[in-house]
Design a protein around this ligand. Sequence first.
Ligand code: PFF
Length: 515
Amino acid sequence: MNAPEQNGCDDAGRGQFKSRLGFVLAAAGSAVGLGNLWRFPYLTYKYGGAGEEGGGAGTFVLVYLLCIALVCLPLILAEILVGKRGRRNPVGSFNAIRPGTRWNIVGYMGIATGFLILSYYAVVAGWSIEYTYKSVINEFAGFETAISDSEAAQALGAKLTSERRGIGEARAGDSVWVVDGNPEEFKAKLIAKKAELYPQHLFSQFVANPVKQVGYFLAFMVLTVILVLGGVAGGIERGNKIMMPLLLLMLVVLAIRVLTLDGGGRIIGYLFKPSISTLSWDLVLGAMGQAFFSLSVGMGALLTYGSYLGPKDRIDTSSAAIPAIDSSVALLASIVVCGAIISFGLAMTGSGTGNVFTAIPVIFQSIPGGRWLVVLFYLLVTIAALTSTISLLEVVASYMIDERKMKRTEAVLISAAAISAVGILCALSFNLLAGYTLFNMTFFDLLDYLCSNILLPVGGILIAVFVGWVMRHDEKRQELACMNPIVYRIWNVLLKFLAPAAILAVLVGQFIFRA
Ligand code: PFF
């Protein structure tokens, strides 16, 4: 690292990371988030099903890792390089490198994407605050009284009757059911079903409450603002230095707990034994889409963090550290979530966002010590989401600081207020505005679709083309002085040909396969 100023600012008065570790942790913090903790486990389960090793989960994980190595890794380095050379926000960096051209559109697109992602991402992030609270007060424990016998019996497919008596009946409270198996076993199943249903009730009740949705969303925005207001070295770097290692530690503790469950070890074969027969176009697209979202590639978040590096900072090795940390967290999260689901034979529900909030409490209730582990888990989700939201807000704020010449406080507060206005509509998409849909999607779904399926991939292609084809070798070499020449060539070829072609396939493919 080049000598930092006392106040963590470079000569242009911009923020600057005080250490390379600070940069790596901040960038990894941006990458690690809800995408790793609910989306990755959800997708591995989606492709792997409740099956055993050798299923689609192993294939999905393999393709995902290949996408990271061949497509996302070159792109990460390209994005950081643009930021480091431009030393500005996404718009300013393109302007600085190719003045007078329209390449700054890529920057504007990135800022718009960051703005939109934050507006819905912070809604889900807000849920993690409520769930940390719910787990502290142990709200999930109230399932026996909160769910009626008949509701649980119905969910189990048992027939309710007040007439027949005799063998094959089970009685709980005032109700009697005709059941096929052993009545005692049925009663145990009934209680287990209640424990499974209750978190789903809590979740639907929670998202249906507009005041809570908006309140938690705004609370999360306030948390994000506080950290971003601290500036680069003060807020973002210090926050990540504490939060990232804590997060990894928490996940390792949870993974060890799950692996030592009865049958917990089966998850290793499930996740790491691919089978060619499960390979499908849809699986490849799913794995690649997840890689982009999870690594925060394509919208200028990494570019912005790269702009806070000094001219002599080495970026090639730092770029490799980001996907390594990100995929480790994703894999650990899958071990925890899928491992527990497989061991317990639980069916995952809903679209995926709900799983972390509905399946996890069930899982941890049946683990000794789970009452506190679940607190740890939701705290972890909150921390991971926070390190991502600060990077999103920083993209928008850095544009206002550099291009609109605003002070940091003013820039952060104005950006956050505008994002909150859009975010409130997202928070209301689950309740008051649930009926307003376009292409069968609520406002929340629509933004998610637009950002992850269209804006991020398009941004990725444009960055690859800019760095691969438009920037000259001498410009790139200046930023990558320490990079091995052979590695540099491989990177350049991947960036010129494979990355744009692969992203284009994702983009076109998802339209073909949605039809
Ligand atoms: N990578 C984050 C996650 O996996 O949760 C989401 C994200 C953050 C995407 C920042 C894009 C971004 F710029």
